[in-house]
Design a binder for this molecule. Sequence first.
Ligand SMILES: CC(C)(COP(=O)(O)OP(=O)(O)OC[C@H]1O[C@@H](n2cnc3c(N)ncnc32)[C@H](O)[C@@H]1OP(=O)(O)O)[C@@H](O)C(=O)NCCC(=O)NCCS
Length: 337
Amino acid sequence: MATAPTTDLGFRPVRIAGTGSYLPEKVMTNEDLATLVDTSDEWITTRTGIKERRIAAEDQFTSHLASEAAKAACEQAGIAPEDLELIIVATITPDTLTPSTACYVQEQLGAEKAVAFDVSAACSGFLYAMEIAQSLIATGGRGNALIVGAEKLSAFVNWTDRNTCVLFGDGAGAAVLTPAEEGQGRILSSTMGTDGRQAELLNIPGGGSACPITLSNAEEKLATLAMQGREVFKHAVNAMRRASEEAIEQAGLKPADINLVIPHQANLRIIDAIIDRLEVSKDDVFINLDKYGNTSAAAVAIALDEANRQGRISPGDHILLVAFGAGLTWASAAIQW
Ligand SMILES: CC(C)(COP(=O)(O)OP(=O)(O)OC[C@H]1O[C@@H](n2cnc3c(N)ncnc32)[C@H](O)[C@@H]1OP(=O)(O)O)[C@@H](O)C(=O)NCCC(=O)NCCS
């Protein structure tokens, strides 16, 4: 039997009132990468589906990408940044270790009323932020909320490691969440999960308190992404499939009720494996990883905004968002648009 959706528990329903995204101008193609490491367009395309990714300018930080996406989301929602009460930025590539990137975003937007903080849940971060914001709005604690997934992964990639550098890109996506009125769409269900036993599979080992970067280890590139790709792949498929099923069931829906799946954009083969098991048609899955690669916390948010602005989602449609990332973490949400 399906678990009752959150909105049946007497809390305020919550909707997505607007979305936005921002991608840096500079495009780095697979051919460009082949000049840096021993790889080829053919290898990257067949193993991942990625053709190109965006790279932020040197003086463009994660907060700048986040603020651009946020402005677009606020504009679409018709909500001035001054009227935001909550800002959550999901990122693993913060401008600084402290303060949070959300503080910089609050300042850049002039959103002085908003309490602002970061969430660190890697590629699942945007959906973690969504559930946290939803809960705070649903219980009446906050009104208008901005959630952003933003990454400048190019600053944390080892550009000499072909196992990882071909996968990632920079970008940001955002959504404004507000209380839903009668007859409007709403978030029907959301799930989050964590398995800290698998933390070693995908991490940035250096730069934190466990392994500060010093003169003696500076050459080892410890403050860059390290990954056991094949293991991550297996976990990603299983976790995203389970999270998808849970969100659909908790929303009281069947897979056939889903009009559009917006999965984390890490690898086309991971997405194909999930679709096979979920029995969703490939036409009902939104994919843009060919253009942007894996932008971690930004990926689902950018895809949601592109799907929205391209008219792939109509009022009343059911959409499924699902993500997976370092931690390991996973999360999903079923939404009536
Ligand atoms: C990384 C990934 C694309 C590698 O694909 P794979 O099919 O598993 O490939 P393997 O790791 O088995 O490597 C196969 C060979 O390709 C080589 N290779 C790895 N990267 C390469 C590259 N960019 N170009 C050319 N060859 C490459 C490997 O060295 C290996 O060579 P070997 O057999 O001589 O040792 C895949 O494992 C993956 O996508 N994993 C999940 C990663 C992910 O999504 N992370 C983020 C999660 S949010």
